[in-house]
Write a protein that binds this ligand. Structure first.
Ligand code: HEC
Length: 104
């Protein structure tokens, strides 16, 4: 991805994060959120009916599911692949991020 696009995405992400009020939380890396977007949607609402929405889901639940994908306890080809490269703190930040988005 070129630098301009990356900067723009980073900027959009930062403005989004700033507009979400509430508790202080670890922010996920923009590149991680970008990697989820094609399947889970820009705002955590999945465009496809066979992909779950993440927006507004329980933070602990999201965390547990991603850890389960990472370990293989919850089998799923794509999510296993996605979670494999995320650290525990990446996963915590992603869970907090998606839990804070408004559900549909
Ligand atoms: C290639 C498409 C794809 C990508 C990219 C993807 N996901 Fe998923 N994700 C899925 C599908 C499909 C499921 C449903 C799995 C199932 O049926 O068990 C899922 C399930 C999940 C779940 C469990 C939701 C629930 O309600 O149980 C979480 C959490 C999740 N994804 C987070 C993420 C995060 C965070 C990212 C980015 C790092 C990501 N996903 C990237 C396709 C994707």
């Amino acid at each position: 991805m070129n630098i301009l696009l990356k900067t723009l995405c980073g900027f959009a992400y930062v403005t989004m994060a700033v507009s979400v009020p509430g508790k202080a939380q670890a922010e996920p890396q923009a590149s991680h959120v970008e990697a989820c977007m094609p399947c889970h949607g820009e705002d955590g609402i999945a465009p496809a009916s066979d992909v779950p929405n993440l927006a507004g889901q329980n933070e602990r639940y999201l965390f547990n599911q991603m850890m389960a994908f990472k370990s293989g306890k919850r089998p799923h080809k794509e999510m296993r692949y996605m979670a494999r490269y995320l650290s525990k703190s990446d996963i915590e930040a992603l869970a907090a991020y998606y839990a804070a988005l408004p559900p549909r």
